[in-house]
Write a new protein. Sequence first.
Length: 202
Amino acid sequence: MLKLDLEDLNNLRWSLNTISSISQDDYNYMLAGGAVRDLLLNRDIKDYDFWVGKDSKNIPNLLSAGGLYCRSTYEKNLSNSVLFVMKYGNIDVVVVDIEVGAGCVLKNFDMSLCQVGISMSGVIYASKDFLFTVKTRKNFYTEPSKHVQRIKDKFPTFTHYQGELSEDIIEIGDINLDTGIIDIYDSELLSTLQQFHRECEI
């Protein structure tokens, strides 16, 4: 079993509640990428990326919400599917030209270490490459970029390789948003994540 510390749990709740408060249909979103990875690996989180489709009925609400603004450039080097990003504190709302679902969203990331996400109901999805990367500390990326270099610097104990990424997306667990308990279905993955948590506590 894994459990989020109180600060991480409160920050996660805050980000989810913020999205819910400015949208009509919060289940149309997915929290994906580095924030989810860092929650699982017990790392500090910089920001929360929520993905939403361009045809979502929530877009007018987001555009008119206080504190949100459009940003025409997106430096995280994801894909051409990203149309624009709106920011609210340390929340990024990524508006994309695709259907928002675990498979479609996670395939947009440029490396295996980022191919993980949480639905608004707390279900955790990841690519098979993400599982392999966490278990072996071997990260795969599509092409060199500033984003890749930042990840290399952040995870110096990993080795990093250029290559193709898996399109196989699976459900790997869920987070109880009341208790902060993370239920990971794969016992080997759970053991590996527990090791990361112990390392961060040293």
